[in-house]
Ligand binder design. Structure first.
Ligand code: PTJ
Length: 259
């Protein structure tokens, strides 16, 4: 990895880039994952590289859904494995969910490498190496699913996902939680709950919320879910994006101006 000094103003963003590049070199991440990262970076830039209040509320709703779930499951792809493998293991533990490797550009070798990485970081249950079911309506490798994991889950977390699997999982009657920096993506729009946030901030936020909410009465968790407004969350992300951009180009007042 390139040495990035902590003092660099774009440290977090450059480190994420290094992680993805290293993921590709190690065979965890697809080369297409580099493009997805670039798209994510662009949207992160537009929201000021911070967790919006709407995303913080969505993280709380996501945690409530995962705790209330009869059978939760968390999907892991090549970008997620490169960016936040330990964070995924910590979240899986906090909510008692299996991690299921699910790849769009699937190769058995890459599935195995990601599964081994998650196990080496302490994951209790890693699925995806031996899929025995398929999500109906999908004609690509993302359809592959495991009974006892994503296939049977009532609540599924899908970070950095394709819109069509998101839609297909919703069609199966599941509560689908998406993490996607693009509030206009089909994934964000079709999900039940969407966090318009960087995976690197979103996952620790959900884990923290899950730790806070664990043990609270079911009624309180159900109320958090009922208060979650999906369209409002996406709209608010766009509004916050716009107001952040307006702030960047605020016309300075003439008084005291240097030119
Ligand atoms: O490992 P594989 O084979 O399963 O492939 C994974 C990728 C991500 C390459 C594949 O799912 C893909 O092509 O995804 P897309 O269609 O490019 O969608 C990725 C979405 O995630 C885009 O809307 C990006 O804006 C968003 N995104 C990218 N990086 C981040 C992100 N959202 C949150 N955090 C990020 N770090």
């Amino acid at each position: 990895m390139t040495e990035i000094p902590l003092s660099h103003p774009r440290y977090a963003s450059l480190m994420a880039r290094e992680k993805i590049a290293t993921g590709v070199k190690k065979g965890l991440t697809s080369t297409q994952g580099l493009i997805a990262q670039g798209r994510g970076e662009a949207f992160d830039y537009l929201i000021g590289e911070r967790t919006l209040s709407s995303a913080a509320a969505a993280a709380r709703a996501a945690a409530a859904a995962l705790i209330l779930a009869r059978q939760p499951a968390i999907s892991v792809n090549g970008n997620v494995a490169a960016l936040a493998p330990q964070e995924m293991v910590d979240l899986a533990r906090a909510v008692g969910a299996p991690l299921e490797v699910n790849l769009f550009h699937r190769s058995e070798e890459r599935v195995g490498l990601i599964a081994d990485l998650l196990r080496s970081l302490g994951a209790d249950r890693v699925l995806g190496e031996h899929p025995d079911a398929a999500v109906p309506g999908l004609d690509h490798a993302r359809a592959l699913a495991t009974r006892g994991g994503i296939y049977d889950a009532d609540v599924v977390l899908i970070p950095l996902e394709d819109g069509d699997r998101c839609e297909a999982l919703v069609a199966m009657g599941k509560t689908v939680i998406a993490i996607d920096l693009n509030p206009l993506s089909r994934t964000a729009r079709k999900a039940t709950i969407a966090l318009v946030d960087n995976l690197l901030r979103a996952i620790p936020n959900i884990t923290q919320a899950a730790r806070d909410l664990k043990g609270r009465p079911a009624q309180e968790l159900e109320q958090i879910l009922a208060d979650y407004d999906h369209k409002g969350t996406l709209r608010s992300a766009l509004v916050e994006m716009q107001s952040y951009l307006n702030d960047q180009f605020e016309v300075p007042s003439r008084k005291g101006c240097c030119f």
